[in-house]
Design a protein around this ligand. Structure first.
Ligand code: SF4
Ligand code: FES
Length: 361
């Protein structure tokens, strides 16, 4: 049997070879770093996910070697497969950055800015997205959507106003549990996550919907309002569970286990699904064998506290722009403020634009 030829694809000036059928998003994930488009609905572990949120839009400036015409519109990178010789622009495209800003504005039209009281704050993908790609204001002047509060069971809390309708929780329930009790009801701006006839979500693996939800729409009732995520320390632990792998992440403060979640990879996706028993009922440190501090890959708020398990993401900007970025200024060249031998009272004042003009002359 002849071997299948890989396709060559260039994303933001970085070229790599990938097997046919790879999506642009997954090719970009092979490169990593800032070249990878954000994804709010695609989830590699869930079949059929993607194509809902449009945050992963990219510009295809060359379709393929055979047909080099650019694609007429920006495309969803999670749903578009690479062609041989394709050239893609993500952070090197003004159009993409502008469109992504629009997508963030659209997502935030109905999403409340209640981060100070939201359990997802600090690990919310929409928070990260709006910080990296959003504008500082909104043009929206109308009333936001509101929903009747719905009780979906003893484990999971639903805040429908925060939902961005990514469908991840629906696919999770469909693909992981014996029967799905919730889904998206209604259409358009009436669409909402809901259960039919007030059923509750209590299937054995349903707790995983909390982990896949990119925002704070689905949160853990056993952890709600107990602590802020950045005050807790994540550690990897396992137990002998008969229902799941038993490999989890404990969110601890001192010896107290505040929360149990699945372990996540560097794209924020669950590595192995865990059962409700492990997640909601084993909150004693004696239930677990501790392996050590978790590796935190995302530019997480937990990393701000010099957390021991922090892994830095690769910096690729020199490869993207083809040269080392020019440092516009080095504060040490123009100010003595960081020189310990010089007393602060002897320094005239802070460096300002005049200092640089003098330096250029
Ligand atoms: S509740 Fe969360 S996971 Fe479910 S559709 Fe809404 S945002 Fe997505
Ligand atoms: S991640 Fe591609 S459309 Fe949502």
């Amino acid at each position: 049997m002849s071997e299948v030829q890989n396709f060559k694809v260039t994303i933001d000036n970085i070229t790599l070879e990938v097997p046919p059928g790879t999506t642009i998003l997954n090719a970009a994930r092979m490169i990593g770093g800032e070249v990878t488009p954000p994804a709010m609905c695609y989830y590699s572990k869930l079949q059929g996910s993607g194509g809902k949120c449009r945050t992963c839009l990219v510009e295809v400036s060359k379709g393929s070697e055979k047909d080099p015409r650019p694609m007429p519109k920006l495309v969803a990178s999670c749903r578009t497969t690479v062609m041989d010789g394709m050239e893609v622009k993500n952070i090197t495209s003004e159009k993409v950055l502008d469109a992504r800003k629009g997508v963030v504005e659209m997502l935030l039209i109905n999403h409340p800015l209640d981060c100070p009281v939201c359990d997802q704050a600090g690990e919310c993908h929409l928070q990260d997205l709006s910080y990296e790609h959003g504008g500082s204001g909104t043009r929206y002047e109308f009333d936001r959507r509101t929903f009747e509060k719905e009780d979906i069971g003893e484990y999971i809390s639903l805040h429908m106003t925060r939902c961005i309708l990514c469908y991840r929780c629906v696919y999770t329930a469909e693909q992981l549990t014996e029967r799905r009790e919730h889904g998206v009801l209604e259409r358009g701006d009436h669409a909402e996550i809901s259960t039919l006839l007030g059923k509750s979500l209590d299937n054995e693996f349903i707790g995983n919907v909390i982990d896949v939800c990119p925002v704070g729409a689905l949160t853990d009732k056993t952890f709600r309002f107990k602590n802020r995520v950045w005050f807790t320390k994540p550690v990897d632990a396992h137990c002998n569970c008969t229902k799941c792998s038993g490999k989890v992440r404990l969110w601890m403060r001192g010896d107290e286990v505040f929360r149990v979640t699945a372990r996540k990879d560097k794209w924020g996706e669950v590595e192995e699904w865990i059962c409700n028993d492990c997640r909601f009922h084993k909150k004693d440190v004696k239930d677990w064998t501790i392996e050590g501090p978790s590796k935190i890959d995302r530019h997480s708020v937990i990393g701000q506290g010099h957390y021991v398990g922090l892994k830095k993401t690769p910096i690729l900007i020199d490869k993207v722009i083809g040269k080392n970025p020019k440092m516009l200024m080095d504060i040490h060249d123009v100010s003595d403020v960081n020189k310990p031998e010089i007393h602060l009272s002897q320094i005239q004042g802070p460096a300002h634009s005049d200092d640089f003009q003098k330096k250029d002359k």
